[in-house]
Structure formats: structure tokens, C-alpha cells
Design a protein around this ligand. Structure first.
Ligand SMILES: [Zn+2]
Length: 189
């Protein structure tokens, strides 16, 4: 029997700082090997195990679990840049014309172009549609091309990147992570 598809479980360290999304199978393994310190959230997952003495064992997994890990210093740790996270950061909106597109029609624009020495980093990249990136901007800065960014680029922190990466995030998990995310509303100009 194939196990039901459960949403990912949020794993946090002993200080409550987020580490990663893990599968319920991995979460079950951590619980059974006594690596879990505490867990939280109401929308838990119940996993049925084998039958012993006529009774089926069951394991309840909360949506957020803290394991016995000391966190590596999270300050200055920037999640790796990927198009998927970048487009999610910018709400699938071209930061030049303001139109929304599906992932396949979006590109990673380097605000200061690579050919002018611009780095491939979170604060130098913007989501752009093909037309704005290739036809209108090309190898120029927005100023050189007469374009204006409608939102400021930023580097997400770990909690933010985890929210952006998970499309099946549960309300409990979102609430847990959102406390660690700065208000970004003022980036939209
Ligand atoms: Zn555009």
C-alpha cells in the first residue's frame, strides 16, 4: 500500500530556528530514535504502523518538530538563489512591467548585468518577463534602459525561504515561520 501523501513536516533546531522541510517518514524516524525534543501545531499527521497483538500501532506527527540539533550560526546565512524561490519572492510578477506570468515565462534578470560586473546574488536579481529582460533591458542597467523596478530586491532569510519553497504549507507551519519574517510590504514602490 502506498502511504498517503502528507504535507512536509517543518524541522527546527533545539532553539526553535527552522532547518528544513522533511518528509513524514523522516520525521517518524526522528521520533522513533528519540531525536525529537518537542513538537507543536494542531494539524498533525497520524501514521499507521504494523499490527502487533491484534492492534495497529499509530504515530502522531505534529507539523513542527524540534530535534536535538544545535543550530549553526544562522546570521549571515543566505538561502541559495534559485529561479523557483526568486519568482516566488517576487510573486511571479515581472518587476519591470508589473505583469504576472507562469514560471516558464519568467526569467532571472541581473539588475546590474553580468557583463557589467553585476553579481548573481539575491539583491542583484529581479524576476522579469522575457520581453522586459531580453527586448527592453538587454545588457543594460534599468537606468540605462529607461526602466524602473516596481519592487526592491532582497535576500530572504531561512524562514522566509522555507515559506516560499513550500506550496503545501500548513497554517500552523506558516504561523510558526512568519514570526521570523520581517514585514516586506514596503518593498513594493
Ligand atoms: Zn515585464
Amino acid at each position: 500500500m502506498t502511504p498517503p501523501a502528507h504535507p512536509p513536516i517543518l524541522r527546527v533546531d533545539s532553539a526553535g530556528l527552522p532547518i528544513a522541510w522533511i518528509s513524514w517518514q523522516r520525521a517518524a524516524e526522528l521520533i522513533c530514535t528519540d531525536r525529537v525534543l518537542w513538537s507543536t501545531g494542531e494539524s498533525n499527521v497520524t501514521v499507521l504502523g504494523g499490527v502487533r497483538n491484534g492492534e495497529r500501532s499509530r504515530l502522531v506527527i505534529d507539523p513542527v518538530i524540534a530535534t536535538r540539533d544545535m543550530h549553526r550560526d544562522p546570521s549571515g546565512k543566505v538561502p541559495p538563489l534559485s529561479n523557483r524561490l526568486l519568482f516566488a519572492r517576487d510573486r511571479h510578477t515581472c518587476l519591470y512591467c508589473g505583469s504576472r506570468y507562469s514560471e516558464s515565462r519568467l526569467t532571472r534578470d541581473h539588475i546590474v548585468p553580468r557583463c557589467q560586473g553585476g553579481p548573481d546574488t539575491w539583491t542583484n536579481v529581479a524576476t522579469a518577463c522575457i520581453r522586459c529582460n531580453s527586448d527592453l533591458k538587454g545588457g543594460r542597467t534599468p537606468e540605462q534602459a529607461g526602466l524602473k523596478l516596481i519592487a526592491l530586491p532582497f535576500a530572504p532569510n531561512t524562514a522566509e525561504a522555507l515559506i516560499l519553497a513550500n506550496r503545501r504549507i500548513l497554517a500552523d507551519q506558516n504561523a510558526y515561520l512568519s514570526r521570523m519574517v520581517p514585514d516586506r510590504e514596503d518593498r513594493w514602490q
